[in-house]
Design a protein around this ligand. Structure first.
Ligand SMILES: [Zn+2]
Ligand SMILES: [Zn+2]
Length: 331
């Protein structure tokens, strides 16, 4: 505790800057549904492209950025309690001048502020939500409409989402999508902000398969909200240096130690432990069990790593998109 207060004292103005940026991002994120509604009112032809992340949640859409921020902060505090301040994300953000962690923080703000979504709209020339809507309608089987049972809706979502997420992640590691997914893998330190560190085009991909899943299942908004919340906490804690002590969990979930192997620079570890459920990795032959005490270097390795954590956040995002399109040569 004294070290935390010391760091806070030394970095007062830096902490004030982080807080101001976070509040501004949250305000923007919560304002987007209103801004988009206003634009659509004045220019109705833009209405189909101007949806907002989480419209399925109805009025709850305004609270989505606040929910994401709240759960992330809760994970930051929980991790500091479990791991101790010295090894925590809190220390990394507050007192570590790592360019990689600053980039992680900016990706969190990009997501909360809704600018991740705006980049997604721009990169797809407005096609993101119409395409997701098309998939939702085209595959609108709504298999769950026969029951109201919340637990069943949640279970169906957990099984289908983790299955599709596994395969989407597997494709992200293949030739055509790897350039985009490098953003997530260019992180040099494990910390609970990492789930938000992904390129806006990866957000587009998740939005598209999200539309497909919602169409296929037709699940209740409460079950969707519950799944989103639990998955957000899981995604944060799986990127923590706090290792879960219960061995049995490894049979069901990818644990932090297993996901660290996924982030390894060692070629023997490439394309492993891709899932949320380790069940899918075991089933499809990509599971590598973590070895206790094994030290893992994180990142892409050279020459790709030098494209990231440069301190030019928005240029990195656009340059990555350019390399993916083939406009810019990979390093
Ligand atoms: Zn990956
Ligand atoms: Zn990761």
């Amino acid at each position: 505790m004294p070290t935390f207060l010391n760091d806070l004292n030394h970095r007062k103005s830096f902490f004030a800057k982080l807080t101001a940026m976070t509040v501004a991002a949250l305000a923007l994120g919560m304002a987007f549904p209103f801004i988009f509604a206003l634009i659509a009112d004045k220019a109705p032809f833009l209405a189909p492209i101007l949806k907002v992340e989480g419209t399925e949640l109805g009025a709850g859409v305004v609270l989505l950025p606040a929910g994401m921020l709240f759960l992330t902060l809760a994970c930051v505090v929980l991790e500091a309690l479990l791991l101790g301040y010295e090894n925590s994300t809190l220390k990394r953000v507050l007192a570590d001048d790592s360019a990689s962690v600053k980039t992680d923080f900016l990706y969190l703000l990009l997501r909360i502020s809704g600018l991740m979504m705006v980049f997604g709209l721009l990169f797809t020339l407005g096609g993101m939500y119409p395409a997701a809507g098309y998939l939702k309608n085209e595959f609108g089987f709504a298999f769950m409409r026969g029951t109201d049972n919340l637990a069943l809706h949640f279970l169906a979502m957990a099984v289908l989402h983790t299955f599709i997420n596994y395969w989407a992640h597997r494709f992200l590691h293949m030739k055509y999508l790897w350039q985009l997914h490098q953003v997530h893998h260019s992180a040099e330190h494990y910390n609970v902000l990492l789930p938000y560190r992904s390129h806006p085009m990866e957000f587009v991909i998740a939005t598209l398969y999200g539309g497909f899943i919602l169409g296929v299942l037709g699940i209740r908004p409460e079950a969707l909200m519950l799944w989103l919340g639990i998955n957000a906490v899981y995604q944060s804690m799986v990127h923590s240096n706090y290792d879960w002590k219960w061995k049995w969990v490894e049979y069901i979930l990818i644990t932090p130690a297993a996901h660290r192997i996924h982030h390894s620079t060692n070629p023997d570890h490439y394309n492993s432990n891709l899932g949320i459920l380790s069940i899918w990795d075991r089933m499809f032959g990509t599971y590598i069990a973590p070895t206790p005490g094994e030290v893992i270097d994180l990142g892409l390795g050279q020459p790709d790593q030098k494209n990231y954590n440069t301190g030019h956040f928005f240029i990195e995002i656009i340059a990555c998109f350019g390399r993916w399109l083939g406009l810019r040569k990979p390093a």
